[in-house]
Structure formats: structure tokens, C-alpha cells
Design a protein around this ligand. Structure first.
Ligand code: SF4
Length: 196
């Protein structure tokens, strides 16, 4: 007499039924089970960017859900070092390797904010309002403090009361143009976080 527990019975009959059904349908289970699983990043969109943390400016690849479906919101699912980037050649330090948490953090600031003088609260404003405000403040400060000539009467065209720090995630071309724009206003205090 076959000596089999209830659990073993269901296991054996279930496997036999599955196997015979697949065979009847023309699909042999062994090759199907042996098939290599699809590479999970294969359908993702890859975007090149720069790690925002330090001036080493390592190149990163951002993998996001990007199959083009209208009802799918693209989300960054994976971050790794860019093997073609001359700075890091695919490597990332622990901070850069943890970028995914920073990207998806609920505390990440995604909009400009403004705190009125004397207030202890920040309020979200639009990019248009932010740019208008920055432009007005820059003009007012430049008009008040621009130095055309030094004490010897030599033309210097300096603006020393405002500085600018540019972000790391820029291409060489964007960094070059940013440099030209801020220097054309006469500002001397200028730095870029990334230095390649
Ligand atoms: S991965 Fe590390 S070393 Fe490279 S830019 Fe980011 S923080 Fe700096």
C-alpha cells in the first residue's frame, strides 16, 4: 500500500497534472523551467546624470520605468555608476551608491520655497515667481553696488556683493555658459560644485 501523507499526495498529483497539461498544450516543462529569467532592467529607460553629493562629480546611470505607457508614471528604480564616465569608470562610493534613497525620499525638496522676512515658515512658490524674485534682487543689488572704476581710475567693472554656486549635475557646456553669464554681470564670486 502506498504510504503517503496528505501533503505529499497533493504535491505529487499537482506536479503530475501540471506536467501532463503542459505537455498536452505542446509546452515541455523542463525547457520552460530552464529558461533564463529576463534581465529586470532591460525595458527601462537609462538617463545619464552626475552624483550631486561632492565635487568628484561621478557619472551615474538612472534606470526608470519607461516603456512609454501613458498610464505609467516613470519612477527611478535603480542607480549605478556609469562605466563610460571618465571620472569614476562605473564605480560609486557608499554615498553615491545610496542615491536611490535620496531620489525617492519623501523629504526631498522638489520645488522652490520662500521664507518672508521675520517669518518662521517656508512657503512653496512657482519657478516663475522664484526666477522673478531672484532677478529683481540681483538687479537691485548690482545697481547699488557695481564698481566701475577703482581708486586709481582704472576700469574694473566688478560686482562683489553677490556670488553664485552652480550645481554639479551640469554638462561642460552648461557649466561654460553659466560661467560666461555670471562673469558678464561682473560677479567675481563664482564656483561650481563639480570640477571636471
Ligand atoms: S559617488 Fe561619492 S565620490 Fe562620487 S561624486 Fe558621489 S559622493 Fe562624490
Amino acid at each position: 500500500m502506498l504510504n503517503m501523507s496528505r501533503r505529499q499526495f497533493f504535491k505529487v498529483t499537482g506536479a503530475t497534472l501540471t506536467g501532463s497539461s503542459l505537455t498536452l498544450l505542446g509546452a515541455a516543462p523542463s525547457p520552460a523551467l530552464a529558461e533564463v529569467r529576463q534581465y529586470k532592467l532591460a525595458r527601462m529607460k537609462v538617463t545619464r546624470n552626475t552624483c550631486p553629493y561632492c565635487s568628484v562629480a561621478c557619472g551615474v546611470l538612472l534606470y526608470s520605468l519607461g516603456d512609454g505607457a501613458k498610464n505609467a508614471t516613470a519612477t527611478v528604480m535603480h542607480v549605478e555608476g556609469d562605466p563610460d564616465h571618465p571620472v569614476n569608470r562605473g564605480t560609486l562610493c557608499p554615498k553615491g551608491a545610496g542615491l536611490l534613497d535620496f531620489i525617492n525620499s519623501p523629504n526631498r525638496l522638489k520645488h522652490p520655497e520662500y521664507r518672508a522676512a521675520g517669518s518662521d515658515k517656508w512657503q512653496q512658490i512657482s519657478w516663475d515667481d522664484a526666477y522673478d524674485r531672484i532677478a529683481k534682487l540681483m538687479k537691485a543689488d548690482r545697481d547699488a553696488n557695481f564698481i566701475q572704476k577703482n581708486e586709481k581710475g582704472e576700469t574694473v567693472n566688478r560686482w562683489l556683493t553677490t556670488g553664485m554656486l552652480a550645481a554639479s549635475a551640469t554638462s561642460n557646456e552648461v557649466a561654460y555658459i553659466t560661467h560666461k553669464v555670471i562673469r558678464s554681470l561682473g560677479a567675481l564670486g563664482f564656483d561650481n560644485q563639480a570640477r571636471f
